[in-house]
Write a protein that binds this ligand. Structure first.
Ligand code: ZN
Ligand code: ZN
Length: 362
């Protein structure tokens, strides 16, 4: 059974999950068969292959179509090889607290905590029924549906009352940790806020209290937009920037320009499409600029939204999407210190990304 274990000295938690080691790797199987967007025989995420996956949790479907059959646009299924374990015998958040306390754990994890069963939810969001690999190969409509489903799953998981932190992420390419090439996202919902995320919120709260209630990120964005050197692209409601202290070469963050702790913009069709198209263009720019390994850029999406804890007051957080190109592996120095060495200044990266001509049509 997967376990949360904590280093009592640093407070950093890990998930020990032997179940993950059974994952299949589909990259070799797929080599050399039909073209982009066409159905692949052994791909569990292609439309028509629904029988190869567990039953769906949620989907955006054409009307009149039936669960676990063709006709879907985005399909959410449990991860077959979850990093966390089934929570079904612990139905409410209060019982979670009691259960964790009975294991000698508390939420969030405290210094004295050692380990507990890794209760959580691990879902796969199949972004599109078509066999495409990168977001840049998806249509505008497909990307809109993908982000719409992100919001639907977040609302559902936070409202069920068990989870306080939901991480949505996407791994594209082997170098970025993907084991199946067909474009998909994942989420893992857990019952505590990881230490580094908690520290970020704590510092943002300190800033707000010092600055008479101003949001840290609103302040940051105002300065970035005025300065322009790290701005990749600005639209009516969103801005893509290379962060000042980028850990990775050509790292990009996309923010709503006006304060938003949760994904309220996604409830507005115009803004949702504006955001989706900005993300597609940004990935497209990265794929043109960044040195490709074997012809394809590998990258991760990391979605940051407000955790479901309000120890510092609600509406403190300002959501963002990080796009992290996988160009170099973290190595000895990074593991030893947590300090990443980034060979491309974000100002140079932003300039190169800005210069790209977007000649892509839908
Ligand atoms: Zn596929
Ligand atoms: Zn803000």
């Amino acid at each position: 059974m997967p376990e949360y274990r904590q280093n009592p000295l640093t407070g950093q938690a890990v998930i020990v999950s032997a179940e993950r080691s059974a994952r299949p790797h589909h990259f070799d199987i797929d080599a050399g068969d039909s073209g982009i967007g066409e159905k692949k025989l052994g791909c569990p995420f292609c439309e028509g292959n629904e029988h190869l996956t567990p039953g769906e949790i949620a989907a955006i479907r054409e009307s009149g179509t039936i669960a676990d059959q063709a006709g879907w646009r985005v399909r959410v299924i449990p991860n077959k090889y979850p990093a966390v374990c089934d929570y079904s015998e612990i139905p409410t958040f209060l019982e979670f607290h009691q259960y964790f306390n009975s294991c000698g754990l508390s939420i969030p994890l405290k210094l004295s905590d050692r380990s507990a069963p890794a209760f959580g939810e691990h879902e796969v969001l199949v972004d599109t029924p078509r066999h495409v690999v990168s977001v840049s190969e998806m249509t505008s409509e497909e990307t809109v549906n993908m982000f719409r489903m992100y919001r639907m799953r977040l609302l559902s998981l936070y409202s069920c009352g068990r989870w306080v932190y939901v991480q949505i992420f996407k791994n594209v390419g082997v170098a970025a940790g993907a084991s199946i090439p067909h474009s998909h996202s994942q989420l893992i919902a857990i019952p505590f806020v990881p230490l580094s995320n908690l520290e970020e919120i704590r510092r943002a709260a300190e800033f707000r209290d010092r600055k008479g209630g101003e949001c840290y990120w609103c302040n940051l964005l105002r300065n970035e937009i005025k300065n322009t050197s790290r701005v990749v692209e600005e639209t009516d409601s969103f801005v893509a920037i290379c962060p000042f202290a980028s850990r990775f070469a050509s790292e990009v963050e996309i923010y709503p320009k006006h304060h938003e702790a949760f994904l309220d913009s996604f409830d507005d069709e115009v803004k949702l499409r504006e955001f989706s198209d900005l993300v597609r263009r940004t990935v497209y720019r990265l794929e043109r600029v960044v040195f490709w390994i074997k012809g394809k850029l590998a990258y991760n999406f990391v979605f940051h939204v407000e955790p479901f804890v309000h120890d510092f007051g609600s509406d403190l957080f300002h959501w963002r999407l990080s796009i992290l190109p996988s160009l170099a592996r973290a190595a000895g120095f990074e593991w030893g210190t947590g300090l990443h060495i980034n060979p491309i200044p974000p100002e140079t990266a932003a300039e190169k990304l800005r210069e790209q001509v977007i000649d892509k049509t839908d």
